[in-house]
Write a protein that binds this ligand. Structure first.
Ligand SMILES: O=C(O)CCC(=O)C(=O)O
Ligand SMILES: [Fe+2]
Length: 339
């Protein structure tokens, strides 16, 4: 411990994607290539990065969080109407400091409308306000995900020549799950876990909060490097944190890092956060593109092809939940040679 104390504290890489919105006109330019390299390096080294994205104005974010607070103020019976049999896809109830609600396929206006109708059956005005504000936010986040996805594909040279002028290439088809979260302040302001350390089970995640920072990520350390070291990640009002999930790590044949992260609450203020999770659609099989598999160059195939749904079922099974979060994908899908 402490042998690297002379090194400056590592910080999350910051990548500004404000300029490439809405159309990827930069594609093929040197600037685009620089962004590709930065995104790839960040995903491989850290498993996450801060993405600055000004097309989502701070006012829209503030408005979204004022609506989120309003949802949490509703009676528990009302929030419980946001039922979903899939854990963390609907209302979770309160677990210590944590409470969350979920909206599947949230870039679809009908899904937002259905949610708002459950929360505010009597208030047409609230419903409309919610759909308009959160709908705009979700559309923009979807746009942002398209950009990041294209940068990732290009960074590995995975876009076919014929795709170069289109925006249609994708890693895999996903829908956005929106999760809104509240963490109450810990008793006496003493640091207390809001969400234990885990790796994300969705393909990837965009996170932001309402300026009470409590998110921490674990630095990617070589095995045996000593005690786990988490760094705090404050999220600026024009930024999101992009997080590589287990399936994206598996798709990249282990090149990308599924970063462990947690929420550690302290102080006297409640924290509100929003996660846009990319969820592979029903029937998706996770398989590394052949370009990312190369036995000779030190990239043997690390994972068997697997159905996303089977992995999720495993992660919720007794066998899965007995394991640390980051071990689940290896226990479930590691190739026989690499278990
Ligand atoms: O609230 C946060 O910032 C983190 C939430 C998170 O990591 C998750 O829901 O997977
Ligand atoms: Fe997470």
């Amino acid at each position: 411990m402490g042998s690297y104390h002379h090194e400056p504290q590592k910080q999350l890489p910051t990548i500004d994607l404000s300029r490439i919105s809405p159309a990827p006109e930069l594609r093929g330019t040197e600037e685009w290539d620089v962004l590709c390299r930065k995104v790839r390096e960040a995903c491989e080294e850290y498993g996450c990065f801060e993405v600055v994205y000004e097309p989502i104005p701070v006012e829209l974010r503030a408005e979204t969080f004022s609506l989120i607070r309003r949802v949490f103020e509703l009676p528990a019976e009302t929030k419980a109407l946001n039922f979903n049999p899939k854990p963390y896809h609907g209302y979770t109830g309160v677990y210590n400091l944590y409470e969350s609600l979920g909206i599947e396929d949230a870039s679809n206006c009908d899904c937002l409308r259905d949610f708002a109708a459950l929360m505010w059956p009597q208030h047409n005005g609230h419903r409309q306000h919610f759909c308009k504000t959160v709908g705009t936010m979700m559309k923009q986040l979807e746009e942002l995900w398209r950009m990041v996805e294209m940068l990732i594909l290009d960074s590995y040279g995975l876009t076919k020549a014929t795709d170069e002028t289109t925006t249609s290439s994708s890693i895999m088809e996903c829908q956005t799950l929106l999760r809104i979260m509240q963490y109450t302040a810990p008793p006496m302001g003493k640091p207390m876990s809001g969400l234990p350390a885990h790796t994300d089970k969705p393909l990837c995640t965009f996170l932001c909060d309402d300026q009470v920072s409590a998110l921490q990520i674990q630095l990617n350390q070589p095995p045996g490097a000593g005690e786990e070291q988490f760094i705090s990640v404050p999220i600026n009002p024009t930024s999101f944190v992009f997080i590589v999930g287990d399936p994206l790590m598996a798709w990249s044949n282990g090149r990308m890092h599924a970063v462990k992260h947690r929420v550690l609450m302290s102080g006297t203020e409640a924290r509100y956060s929003l996660g846009a999770f990319q969820i592979p659609v029903e029937g998706t099989v996770i398989t590394a593109p052949e370009e990312l598999v190369d036995d000779i160059a030190g990239h043997p195939k690390l994972f068997k092809d697997f159905d996303y749904k089977d992995f999720i079922n495993f992660s919720r099974s007794k066998e899965g939940t007995d394991l640390p979060s980051h071990r689940m994908i290896h226990a479930f899908a590691a190739s026989a040679d690499h278990n």
